[in-house]
Design a protein around this ligand. Structure first.
Ligand SMILES: Nc1nc2c(ncn2[C@@H]2O[C@H](COP(=O)(O)OP(=O)(O)OP(=O)(O)O)[C@@H](O)[C@H]2O)c(=O)[nH]1
Ligand SMILES: [Mg+2]
Length: 602
């Protein structure tokens, strides 16, 4: 096999470029199966760089005249041509002795020839089965050669320009960053006017559809072949087939920059196209995951806000309750001051009358107020919790929708896990939401409050009535409550009653009232405490529920998203680094003068 031996700086650059191609292949391996094809291409490119031949690949629709064109370039009719789909294998023509027999390779998918007219040592011409032909079984290999190519000659028939499959191959070549030359063949079948029209049409189509502007040539491969002017780079054969213009263009390409350097540049272009392809992919993912993270942040903030709102709301409620209790206290004191007096005691009031009076004047509508306020709080908590859980579910669903776009990517595995975790999170949030529907929270609190209140009413009226009964000796109205006896007994009754005398009596009554005030305060304090406690407990339970959900259910979901995001950032950084390596090689490559020596080896 003939190959180019490189020496000096360009040999060093070749090594760097081979390394770069391998590094890219390794980096994109992280993208899993979807990158497998590209990885193979990169490795092939690297090994092509070792062989160091410049590969000119001919592609186009079947019957466009590709094989005829190659024969015309060689000035030798070695490849089969015909009006039916003809080329069945990839035909590789290397530089070398023509007398060698062609060799079949790669399970008969490739046939290798040698011919002295490939143009220069190191230049290889590759003819492919036509796109859209019955031999598309070799399509995969044809595409492989397209990706390895250093120069693509795209042949179209003047009679049938721009078939669908042609467009696909052109796009592929463009996306690989290949240098493309477009050749409109069979122009002998058109008159002068038609040629112009076809050329204009092709130029317009390729610029509009592909957004590229490759050089376009028109040719009659058939006529060129008849002239038998051989050699890729032979000039001025003097035929009017259009082949001369193509040859001189190719000559220019190689004169300006020798094949070895072109090869390095072409493969560097390919490397760059791979880097940018995967950068786009990763950037897209970073954007997606960024959306996830934004939702996640919103969720976490929402969680904090919700807890803070609960605390705030509880404060306001407690203030409202306190006002009611304060009023209750003021009325209670007034009642005691007005009724627990010597004058009043002389009138010997009826026990039921006192109880009624106390309930009417002191308790009044406090019970309704208290239960209204607390009920309002419970309802507010239930409402906002409901809203909260609904918004959690909605946001989680959004994240799930984002994740769904990621299914089928190499990270599908971790996304599947992520989704499972999310679904669990959603199910739990759903269940939480349901608990409010059953309204058990409000009901249980209402029970607690009802019990508290009735206990209070009973005990405070019992206390007051008991004091009156004991002091005024109206126990005939009914039994004095044990509580009242207990309180009064230990506090004042005994010693005061014994004291006697006018001053003693006054003192006694003052002390009695003071004790009654204290007792009222203490009981109110206890009641208000029990309210605060019940509301606080409920609020705490709610907060715990939120925080626990945050820690146990949401955190794992979030941390996985963060891990993914970090991974993507790393991948992006790695690609950026590879890109700057490539840039460095390119700069070096453009600077050096290439010393090319050729040798033959086998
Ligand atoms: N008139 C005319 N016919 C041509 C020209 N070039 C090729 N042909 C004819 O077109 C037919 C197809 O040519 P091929 O070279 O086999 O075409 P191909 O693109 O290699 O076709 P596949 O191998 O099937 O993909 C043959 O009959 C050729 O003789 C040309 O410039 N003018
Ligand atoms: Mg052919």
């Amino acid at each position: 096999m003939t190959s180019i031996v490189l020496e000096g700086p360009i040999a060093e650059l070749r090594e760097q470029e081979i390394q770069l191609l391998f590094d890219i292949a390794e980096e994109i391996a992280k993208q899993g199966a979807e990158a497998e094809e590209d990885r193979q291409r990169l490795k092939l490119s690297a090994s092509d760089l070792r062989d160091m031949f410049f590969m000119v690949v001919i592609v186009g629709e079947f019957n466009a005249g590709k094989s005829t064109f190659v024969n015309a370039l060689l000035g030798d009719e070695i490849l089969p041509t015909g009006i039916t789909p003809t080329t069945e294998v990839i035909e590789i023509i290397r530089y070398g002795d023509k007398s060698k027999k062609p060799v079949m390779k790669e399970q008969d998918a490739i046939r290798e020839w040698t011919h002295p007219n490939t143009g220069a040592p190191g230049v290889v011409i590759v003819d492919t089965p036509g796109t859209g032909s019955v031999f598309a079984k070799h399509e995969r290999i044809a595409k492989q050669f397209l990706s390895r190519s250093d120069l693509v000659l795209f042949i179209m028939s003047a009679k049938k320009a721009f078939a669908q499959t042609e467009k696909l191959y052109l796009e592929l070549a463009r996306d690989y960053g290949k240098k493309i030359i477009l050749i409109v063949n069979q122009i002998d079948l058109l008159d002068k006017q038609e040629r112009k029209e076809v050329e204009a049409f092709v130029r317009q189509q390729i610029s509009e559809m592909m957004n590229i502007e490759p050089p376009i040539f028109t040719v009659s491969a058939k006529q060129a072949l008849q002239k038998r002017s051989g050699g890729l780079f032979s000039r001025n054969s003097g035929d009017d087939s259009g082949m001369d213009a193509i040859r001189s263009y190719l000559n220019q390409i190689f004169e300006r920059i020798p094949p070895a350097k072109q090869k390095l540049i072409a493969q560097l272009d390919f490397a760059d196209s791979m880097i940018s392809k995967y950068r786009t992919k990763i950037d897209d993912r970073i954007q997606l995951i960024g959306a996830d993270q934004a939702y996640v942040q919103e969720l976490q903030e929402e969680l904090q806000n919700q807890a803070a709102r609960l605390a705030e709301r509880l404060d306001i409620t407690m203030q409202e309750l306190q006002r009611v209790f304060d009023e209750l206290r003021a009325r209670g004191r007034k009642f005691i001051a007005a009724n627990l007096t010597i004058t009043r005691s002389l009138r010997a009031p009826d026990r039921n009358e006192i109880q009624e009076k106390f309930e009417k004047e002191v308790i009044g509508n406090a019970i309704t107020q208290i239960s209204d306020i607390s009920e309002e709080y419970v309802n507010a908590v239930v409402d906002s919790s409901r809203r909260y859980w609904r918004s959690i579910i909605e946001r989680l669903n959004k994240i799930e929708a984002v994740l769904e776009q990621e299914i089928g990517t190499p990270d599908a595995g971790s996304y599947a896990e992520q989704r499972a975790a999310l679904q669990t999170a959603i199910a739990i949030a759903d269940a939480e939401l349901k608990t409010y529907r059953e309204d058990s929270l409000a009901a249980s609190l209402r029970d607690i409050f009802a019990t508290n209140l009735s206990r209070f009413t009973t005990s405070i009226t019992g206390l007051v009535v008991g004091i009156f009964a004991l002091v005024l000796g109206i126990s005939a109205a009914g039994p004095v409550t044990a509580t009242a006896i207990g309180v009064i007994g230990t506090l004042v009754v005994g010693p005061a009653l014994v004291a006697g005398g006018a001053a003693g009596t006054l003192l006694y009554w003052r002390k009695l009232r003071q004790d009654a005030y204290d007792e009222l305060d203490a009981r109110l304090q206890k009641l208000s405490e029990s309210y605060r406690q019940a509301l606080q407990d409920m609020t705490d339970r709610e907060r715990t529920r939120l925080l626990q959900y945050g820690q146990e259910i949401l955190s794992p979901v979030f941390s996985r998203i963060e891990v993914l995001s970090k991974r993507y950032q790393e991948q992006r950084a790695a690609l950026i680094q590879l890109s700057s390596k490539s840039q460095k090689i390119r700069t070096e490559l453009e600077r050096i003068q290439v010393q090319v020596e050729t040798t033959s080896e086998n």
